[in-house]
Design a protein around this ligand. Sequence first.
Ligand code: ADP
Length: 215
Amino acid sequence: MKQFVVIGLGRFGSSVARTLCQKGFDVLAIDIDEERVQALADEVTHAVQADATDEEAMKSLGIRNFDIAIISIGTDIHSNILTTLLVKELGVKYVVVKAQTELHGKVLTKIGADKVVYPERDMGVRVANSLISSNVLDLIEVSPEYTIAEVTASPKLYGHTLSDLQFRTRFGVNVIAIKNGDKINVTPRATDEIKKGDILIVIGENENLERLRKY
Ligand code: ADP
């Protein structure tokens, strides 16, 4: 089973650590601030106070034995970058780092971060998108051009099958699942009819998704 180390226990880091632990994974949580460590101590496998930029401290915690590190030191960019470099040098295979800006993200990639995340920016995009188009419930950006979105089926689609509607040709998107209440059909067929209350989970180019939203 994969072992995780989460460094920096602010809102993002503590939420990641808590969730991984709830899912049954081993999590070592580290923060320089003893109060933050205590606040999370009962909810993770191990929680320790340490300065993540201190090479000796990190070595003695056996950081190199972890499969995945999540570095969520926020505002202190200096510590965030040093920790990334150190954790990577110690040999952790997969290092995920929270960045403040695109430029910061570029630096992190150059020094070896395997994945850079921008939680505030990404959540902002999601919230804004779901507010602008009332029939979009949630979305995941797959790449800058492609998105997976949950779209409420418009009444014009009710009673028609995916093949009647020539869904792929007309909208250029692929329906990957159809939700209705608690039920979810993860293998939608061309002959499946769209009903009132259906939520379509679709993948496609952003422009094409926009056409479906407006339909
Ligand atoms: P968030 O926006 O996710 O709440 P913060 O910037 O508030 O992020 O939290 C970052 C956390 O990282 C804080 O709890 C801070 O104590 C911790 N931190 C900062 N520098 C270090 C360091 N050198 N070693 C370990 N933890 C650190």
